[in-house]
Write a protein that binds this ligand. Structure first.
Ligand SMILES: NC(=O)c1ccc[n+]([C@@H]2O[C@H](COP(=O)([O-])OP(=O)(O)OC[C@H]3O[C@@H](n4cnc5c(N)ncnc54)[C@H](OP(=O)(O)O)[C@@H]3O)[C@@H](O)[C@H]2O)c1
Length: 233
């Protein structure tokens, strides 16, 4: 049984990922903001939780540090929280406040989680970090093609963080796996009711990355994945 910390675990893709890990027999700890929704989700998975406003970096550092002391280093860290930026947030029309909000939640807190939990996981030489990115953050294909600037750029930052960290940790050779996931357009509060994918379909690759067997001689880590395949950044 592994310890799995899942942010964004109160609903959507994060909750579905956490549920799959719970059903696979792992001990799960959920993180999200809304304490009522989070408590309900945690009750369903018979697990512990921490309510944090991930926009608040100081609070995030404090609670993540407390979690590490209380639970120890996780073997699985899934970062599935995130916010979309305002519809009209083209680069030239985005307010500094909107930029900061999205960057704080989507990128700064990801750094904070990796910095605190990832360091302990690397030390233990045993762990896998899976971060929900987005195709809108890619530097190729439909990625940074304009509009939703804070969201797209925060996810491009997530991709860069994953690639950089993978190089720093020898692409899995020292026991720490780190990967980004593009779930594709999924029916959640963020994706909306008309999205083509169910939450089970959207979370499949992240769940697979969290639970796959890994042979450093032949398997790959340190990439952006979609439908269990590596795609261009
Ligand atoms: N759905 C899609 O089509 C799609 C496509 C590409 C990428 N993604 C990415 O996949 C991930 C999951 O998306 P989703 O569709 O499942 O989103 P969602 O249904 O909107 O859920 C967002 C999650 O993030 C948490 N969260 C948001 N702001 C927070 C804050 N300030 N502090 C703490 N937690 C916060 C929410 O917690 P509360 O319940 O407490 O608010 C919730 O658990 C995100 O990173 C998203 O960018 C989604």
């Amino acid at each position: 049984m592994a310890l799995a910390i899942v942010t964004g675990g109160s609903r959507g893709l994060g909750f579905t990922t956490a549920r799959a890990l719970y059903e696979a027999g792992h001990r799960v700890v959920l993180v999200a903001k809304d304490p009522v929704r989070l408590a309900q989700a945690a009750k369903e998975l018979h697990c512990e939780f921490r309510s944090i406003d991930l926009e608040d970096l100081k609070q995030t550092q404090e609670v993540f540090t407390e979690m590490l002391q209380t639970f120890g280093a996780p073997q699985i860290l899934v970062l599935a929280h995130g916010v979309m930026s305002e519809k009209m947030s083209k680069t030239l029309r985005t307010t500094p406040q909107e930029w900061r909000r999205v960057m704080a939640i989507n990128l700064d807190s990801v750094f904070c989680a990796v910095n605190i939990f990832g360091a302990a996981m690397a030390e233990a030489r045993d762990g896998r970090i899976i971060i929900y990115s987005a195709c809108l953050g890619r530097m190729s294909g439909p990625g940074n093609a304009g509009g939703l600037a804070p969201y797209r750029i925060s996810k491009a930052g997530v991709n860069a963080l994953v690639r950089n960290l993978a190089h720093e940790t020898a692409h899995g050779a020292r026991g720490l796996l780190v990967d980004a996931v593009c779930p594709n357009h999924t029916r959640t509060d963020m994706g909306g009711p008309d999205a083509p994918l169910s939450v089970e379909e959207g979370s499949d690759t992240a769940i697979w990355l969290a639970t796959r067997s890994f042979d450093p001689e032949k398997d790959k880590t340190g990439f952006l994945w979609e439908e269990r395949e590596i795609i261009d950044w």
